[in-house]
Design a protein around this ligand. Structure first.
Ligand code: CA
Length: 227
């Protein structure tokens, strides 16, 4: 989970980064609105924590810019105590939730988890179906087909394919795969992932066109229809 914090109060920003980092969130910090806009454009985030009073572009403006680029990323706004107009403006600009400073870290975590849970559910495909070209993966029945032909997968192959498909058209590194499909302590020095990618290729790509699993040399793997 990647979180962007845009907050000019360095002390707050840094303690949030540290606390969230300890809970295994990947956190980047921008100390002003202009930097926040740049960082948001550069990479995909799962959640944005946005202070309202910022130098450069203020939080309300930045929230509007974020919404133009991405309708679904949850935005949690930080506002100063008693500033009701801030809250209203924040929601109007597309914020999903707000917290009044000073707040407890535990309260923030509760809100973050709720927002992430909600956005993940909303992003679930209809009928729990993941799809790319003629490849279909039904998450309810655990059935995988290509051109309507059923392809039996082991549980691990299924999990790996699910992760790749959820991130289709996006490069995922071996470290990403290790962490999400195996576990957080996965030793990326072994060739386990490459072995499983080969199993998958034999099953879903070998006898079909176009090939869907591609190696991005030096980066990892990507699932897409075209080279
Ligand atoms: Ca501020």
């Amino acid at each position: 989970m990647e979180i962007l914090i845009v907050e000019d109060e360095k002390k707050i920003a840094d303690s949030l980064k540290k606390g969230l980092g300890e809970l295994s969130y990947e956190v980047n910090v921008a100390y002003d609105g202009t930097m926040g806009e740049k960082m948001f454009a550069q990479q995909k985030y799962d959640l944005v924590i946005l202070d309202i009073n910022l130098p450069g572009i203020n939080g309300i403006e930045l929230c509007k810019i974020i919404r133009q680029q991405n309708k679904s990323v949850p935005v949690l706004m930080l506002t100063t105590f008693g500033s009701v107009p801030d809250k209203v403006e924040g929601f109007d600009a597309g914020a999903d939730d707000y917290m009044v400073k000073p707040f407890s870290f535990d309260e923030l975590i509760v809100r973050i988890r709720a927002l992430l849970r909600r956005s993940q559910q909303e992003n679930l495909p209809v009928g729990n179906l993941l799809q790319l070209a003629d490849l279909e993966m039904n998450l309810d029945t655990k059935q995988v087909t290509r051109s309507g032909i059923v392809i039996p997968l082991t549980a691990k192959e299924f999990l790996l394919l699910e992760y790749l498909l959820r991130n289709k058209r996006r490069v995922v590194s071996r470290a990403d795969i290790g962490e999400h499909v195996w576990n957080i302590d996965f030793d990326t020095n072994t060739n386990t992932i490459d072995v499983y990618i080969n199993y998958l290729r034999k099953k879903i790509d070998k006898n079909f066109d176009p090939k869907l699993i591609h190696t991005q040399v030096g980066f990892g793997y990507i699932m897409k229809e075209h080279d």
